[in-house]
Design a binder for this molecule. Structure first.
Ligand SMILES: C[S@@+](CC[C@H](N)C(=O)[O-])C[C@H]1O[C@@H](n2cnc3c(N)ncnc32)[C@H](O)[C@@H]1O
Length: 183
């Protein structure tokens, strides 16, 4: 991936991002695409200021966000005080701080292309998903900060290699979403 981060985002970068992208349309897109129900336990990897987690918390039983930047988690917690079923943890995609099979739905929005080790991250997604749980990786379609067709196919191959089924690529609103179902 071309834009891996070698260190967590700073407080200043997190603060600027959280002001510019308060409620990104793409967060709504991925949450709607996930088709959540009130029995779902959800995880957003690279949750940033937590808008998607708050949207999910309106529907799901539990909505969790994880981000490797402590300042992002601080902002997300502050903005989510009214959501009793939402919580946030500091942690990386490559080493998720959750037990096996914790979630029924996992997604990541505009974060995957930053992961230092995408294979390790998807392996962790597989571990924390319950059987038949769904994953959705959303990125900008064909952009430098996103996934081109070949890179999306690489995500498909990685998921299939991990035993995911029903792996599909959707293109919506200039975004690409790679989804799969855990075995
Ligand atoms: C462009 S922001 C997207 C935030 C949010 N998902 C959204 O759509 O508004 C990317 C986020 O991914 C986080 N991130 C980058 N690499 C990560 C990793 N390996 N594990 C967890 N979070 C990561 C960054 O700290 C940042 O908050």
């Amino acid at each position: 991936m071309p834009h891996m981060d070698d260190k967590p985002w700073s407080g200043f970068k997190s603060w600027v991002y959280s002001l510019v992208f308060r409620t990104p349309k793409t967060n709504k897109l991925v949450v709607e695409h996930a088709g959540l129900t009130d029995s779902d336990r959800t995880l957003d990897i690279g949750c940033g200021p937590g808008a998607a987690v708050r949207m999910a918390a309106e529907v799901a039983a539990e909505a969790v966000g994880v981000d490797r930047a402590q300042p992002m988690v601080d902002i997300a917690r502050k903005r989510s005080r009214k959501h009793a079923n939402a919580r946030f943890e500091v942690g990386s995609a490559e080493s998720l701080p959750f037990p096996d099979g914790s979630f029924t739905v996992v997604w990541s929005a505009h974060s995957y292309h930053h992961w230092e080790d995408p294979t390790a991250g998807l392996t962790e997604v597989r571990r924390v998903l319950a059987a038949s749980g769904r994953v959705h990786i959303l990125e900008q379609d064909g952009k430098a900060h996103g996934l081109n067709d070949a890179q999306a196919e690489q995500v498909v191959a990685e998921l299939e290699g991990l035993g995911f089924g029903e792996v599909a690529v959707a293109k919506l609103d200039k975004q690409v979403i790679v989804s799969g179902t855990a075995p």
